[in-house]
Structures are given as C-alpha cells and as structure tokens.
Design a protein around this ligand. Structure first.
Ligand SMILES: Cc1ncc(COP(=O)(O)O)c(C=O)c1O
Length: 384
C-alpha cells in the first residue's frame, strides 16, 4: 500500500463540486473581493460564533495584520510558543516586534501557562497562542494571566479549524482567531488563503483596510500604508463550500486517529493530544525514541511521514539574525532580537528530536483498511 503524506491532487480530483464553485466565480466576473468573499466571511464568523470576519491572503498575514491593527511596533515584545510554525514568529518579526518564547506543554503542545508570567515584561504588548496539530490548547489559564496584565491574546488557529473547548470554538477565546487555509489544513483551499475572526468590529474595520493597501471606504481614501493581502474569491468559494463539509472531514480524521490509537493500545501514551476529545487531528503526532528508523521503515513501505517541527526556533537560519541569547539576561531589559530564555524551552528541545507525524488525511486508502494495514507499523512505532 502506498500512502504519501499528502497528495492533494488525488483529493481535488474527487471534488467536482469545488469546480462548479470556481466556475461561479468566473461567471461572476468579480475576481478581487466581491460577494463570494463577503459570503465566506459571514459564514466563517457564524461558524465560529464570532461577530465578524475578514478574509486575507494567508495565515501568516492573518496574524501580522492583527498585530498591525493593534499597533504593535518595534520595541514591543510578543509572547509566542516555542514550538509552532515558523510563520507565527515571522508575523511578529515582520511588524518589527520581538518574539518572546515560552515553552509548550507535553500533552497538548500548547503554551505552558506556568511560563507565561515569567515571560511577561514591561514591553509585552500581545500574546499569541497556537492550537497545534488540531488540539485545542487550554487557553483559559493563559488568558486569565494575559487579562490581568491587559495583554491582548491572538489565537493562531491555522491547524485547528473547528476544534473546541467545552463547545466554544478556538479563535473565540482571545481578541482574534487567525486561520490559514493552506492546502494541508483542515479547512483547505486550493492555494493560499487565510482569515481572521473576532468580536471587535472596530479592530476588524482597521484590519480590512490594512489587508487592502491601507484603503478605507473608497478607492483612493488611504488611511495608512500597508500591503495587499486580500482573500482571492476563488479560494473563498472553495473554502465556503468546504466549510459546509468541515464537520464530516474532521470526523473522518477522528475515525482514522481512533483506529491508530486502538492499534497502538497502551503505547498510544506516545501520541501528542491523547485524550483531547475535541481535537480535529490536523496531524497525528507520535513521539518515538527511534524516529529516524521509524521514518525510514515507513518510507520503505511507501508510507509518508513528516516532522512538525524539526528545528528549535533558535536554529532557524532565517531568524538567526533576530536571535539574542544571553544567559544572564534580565527579564526587564528589552533587546532587539528573539528572546530565548534558558530553561523555558525543554519540551521544544525534546519534541524537535522525537516527534513525527503519521499519515492521516491521505486519499489513498480506505478507512476500513487502516487498522489492518497500520497495526504493525504502529506497534513498532510505539515500541521504540
Ligand atoms: C501554526 C501555523 N501558523 C501559521 C501558519 C501560516 O499559514 P500560511 O501558510 O497560510 O501563511 C501555519 C501554516 O502553514 C501554521 O501551521
């Protein structure tokens, strides 16, 4: 059995309905903005039970534009998880602020609330929490601390469309939820796409102007300078269609994950997010002391794996120039650079070495075959 980690062409070839949605965009003659983008924005806001939403070009810009709308500027620090997609920190660096890293919890890969307070300084202006792998990380403790210090919270929901905590969707716990519909996400476009949903209509208004070169109500009324990061109507039409089916897609992911867990038996303790009932399983991540051999073994069987994420932030070549590590660094001294405070990134270190994602959303095999085909691999994986 061959199962590439992702094969998006196989997925789209089954999706005639999306093609019809795309034709509708072409027929409409509205190739930038327009009613299909507005429809998607309304649908996502309704879906998330938030008051409003703005479609943007991608998930990185979703975070960046919120930071800009909040006037986060050079000199400010923004708390970010030590383990996350490069884009979460990049958004912070792009507005000229300094990412201040806090480590994640072993069980959920979400920010560790115990480390938030020591990460806060006089210059902390925002906090970004990421719900990684489809797991809704427990945000209430973190938000309480942020509230005490009047720090706005942005949730990076790129990997967790529809994950929830006690019935409340991710993206609605802080000031804003930033979403990506990069084609490997749960709500996937057929290109780049992103969105921000929130309750604050005033901030959203600013954000809408910022996604469109600083434009306000009319074409030549500019209130600020910014880039263009608008949601393409073709992507809006596709994500709008997929949003209607998201619960079904997520439930399939959950079934597959359950098959994996069943096959792993006691060894499923090695799965990140085990016991998180409302995870939407963007990735199925297991921890293995023998990761390279496992990946090699699965590759030989034609089964793809991936690592999210293989690096410490501090090893990221692109971010190195922003890096400033000083063991004796005072918490209250603002320094141009990426803050990596010793002792605050233990789980990042271990995850970077032993976490590996197994195939989850491949179109290449039948769900009923999973258990049968994978149990040997999974037992092997869990045993190492
Ligand atoms: C956690 C996280 N944040 C941000 C992003 C950035 O999204 P995009 O690739 O749409 O810019 C991604 C996706 O790649 C992600 O996984």
């Amino acid at each position: 059995m061959k199962a590439p980690f992702f094969d998006l062409s196989a997925e789209i070839s089954n999706c005639k309905a999306e093609l019809a949605e795309i034709s509708a965009v072409i027929d409409s003659g509205k190739f930038v903005g327009g009613p299909l983008v507005e429809k998607f924005e309304m649908e996502l806001a309704l879906f998330n039970e938030s008051r409003c939403c703005a479609g943007v070009g991608n998930g990185l810009d979703a975070i960046r534009i919120v930071l800009e709308a909040l006037e986060i500027r050079p000199g400010a620090e923004v708390i970010v998880p030590s383990l996350t997609c490069h884009s979460t920190w990049l958004a912070v660096v792009k507005v000229g602020a300094t990412p201040s890293l806090a480590d994640v919890l072993e069980g959920t890969a979400g920010l560790n609330p115990e480390l938030i307070e020591v990460t806060i300084s006089l210059w902390t202006s925002a906090k970004i929490g990421a719900h990684l792998y489809g797991i809704a990380s427990r945000v209430s403790a973190i938000n309480r601390i942020a509230d005490n210090f009047s720090i706005p919270v942005i949730e990076d929901c790129a990997q967790s469309h529809c994950a929830s905590i006690e019935g409340k969707k991710v993206g609605t716990f802080g000031l804003a939820g930033a979403f990506s519909s990069y084609p490997t996400k749960n709500l996937d476009a057929i290109g780049d796409a992103g969105a921000v949903s929130m309750d604050d209509e005033q901030v959203l208004h600013l954000l809408k102007s910022r996604r469109s070169c600083g434009q306000r109500n009319s074409k030549y009324e500019r209130v600020d300078i910014d880039w263009n990061s608008r949601l393409d109507p073709i992507q809006a039409a596709v994500t709008s269609f997929k949003l209607r089916h998201l619960a079904g897609f997520n439930s399939r992911r959950k079934d597959i994950a359950s098959s994996y867990l069943e096959a792993m038996g006691d060894r499923s303790q090695k799965v990140i997010g085990l016991g998180q009932e409302n995870s939407v399983w963007n990735h199925f991540v297991i921890r293995s002391d023998n990761r390279e051999s496992l990946m090699h073994y699965l590759a030989e069987q034609g089964v793809g794996t991936d690592i999210h994420y293989p690096y410490y932030n501090r090893d990221s070549p692109a971010l190195n120039k922003y890096l400033h590590i000083s063991p004796g660094q005072q918490l209250d001294s603002p320094t141009k650079g990426l803050y990596v405070r010793p002792g605050l990134w233990r789980n990042l270190q271990t995850f970077s070495k032993d976490a590996v994602c197994l195939v989850l959303a491949s179109e290449h095999f039948d769900e009923a075959d999973y258990l049968h085909e994978y149990s040997d691999y999974l037992l092997w994986a869990g045993a190492n």
